[in-house]
Design a binder for this molecule. Structure first.
Ligand SMILES: NC(=O)c1ccc[n+]([C@@H]2O[C@H](COP(=O)([O-])OP(=O)(O)OC[C@H]3O[C@@H](n4cnc5c(N)ncnc54)[C@H](O)[C@@H]3O)[C@@H](O)[C@H]2O)c1
Length: 273
């Protein structure tokens, strides 16, 4: 979708961090923006800052784990702006977990609901209208953890792997049918969001005591990109129809190592055909 000017984007989890970076970049590209978030106070501040920079924006309090709330966001967005051309399914949560401790399956289900099934809720609410209006683009925020998972990421990495797989399936199905809706999946490495900085501060101050995690976070934040940089890459992907957005070249090297290992293992073990 080449021309974004005067069209509307909806960003879930848009009040801060990656979501607000997406919103700012889409606004820079001339779009109207609908932010949806559970954090009302931050949402208000972020909408105010978009309005102050001349963007037409509204904020809607909604939880992506509830399909009815997402449908309300859709209805309010269409009522205010008449069309929605870009949907950013951006919310994702996770925590630190070891498989050596008892696994809390209910907690995994919650992470899957917020980080993976929320994308399905977003698609159910918006995709039919985008197809009907004849133009649109879906942006799903995954993570490089979905491509190359590190230890201790718990339900987060499998949920993000699911977001990547479903984005690839969606992209293939829509392009096979010549449908006028594009798909992009974001697989960022570290992004300097408020939550990652707040988590680092907890470990720096000793409020949380885990030297391994402290080191991991320091390295991650040192190499992190700004949310607006990811937002601008995403705008470029929407314009050029790119399926993948990566923030860090090293992610591609890690992926190559993964494929090399698969090939080496297939050489060692053999394949059935
Ligand atoms: N920050 C990173 O380094 C990084 C790296 C890779 C992927 N990501 C992904 O980017 C996305 C955003 O992460 P972030 O770091 O900006 O997080 P963040 O915590 O800074 O911002 C997330 C926003 O989502 C909102 N939110 C949380 N649960 C919600 C819900 N159920 N319904 C609606 N809104 C909700 C929060 O209130 C917050 O405003 C996530 O999907 C995350 O997995 C982040």
């Amino acid at each position: 979708m080449d021309n974004l000017i005067g069209k509307t984007a909806v960003v879930t989890g848009g009040a801060q961090g990656v979501g607000f970076g997406l919103a700012r970049a889409l606004a820079e590209a001339g779009m109207h923006v609908v932010l949806c978030d559970v954090d009302e106070a931050t949402l208000e501040r972020s909408v105010a800052s978009l309005l102050a920079s001349g963007t037409e924006a509204i904020g809607l309090t909604a939880d992506v784990s509830d399909p009815e709330q997402i449908e309300r966001v859709r209805d309010a967005a269409f009522e205010r702006f008449e069309t929605v051309h870009v949907l950013c399914n951006n919310v994702g949560i996770g925590g630190r977990e070891s498989f050596l401790d008892p696994i809390d399956v209910a907690a995994w289900e919650h992470v899957f609901s917020v980080s993976l099934y929320s994308v399905l809720r977003g698609l159910n609410a918006f995709l039919p209208r985008m197809l009907e209006q004849g133009e649109g683009h879906v942006v799903n925020t995954a993570s490089r953890q979905g491509l190359v998972a590190s230890p201790l990421f718990g339900a987060y990495a499998p949920a993000k792997a699911g977001v990547i797989a479903l984005s690839e399936m969606l992209h293939a199905e829509l392009s096979d049918r010549g449908a006028p809706v594009g798909v992009t999946v974001l697989t960022p490495g570290g992004v300097r969001s408020e939550s990652i900085l707040a988590t680092l501060a907890q470990y720096e101050s000793g409020e949380k005591d885990d030297p391994e995690m402290l080191e991991f976070l320091r390295t991650r934040v040192a190499a992190a990109v700004e949310p607006i940089e990811l937002g601008r890459l995403t705008v470029e992907a929407i314009r050029s129809g790119a399926l993948y957005v990566n923030t860090h070249r090293e992610t591609l090297e890690w992926l190559r190592e993964r494929v090399n290992r698969m090939v080496a293992d297939a050489d060692r073990v053999g394949t059935a055909r």
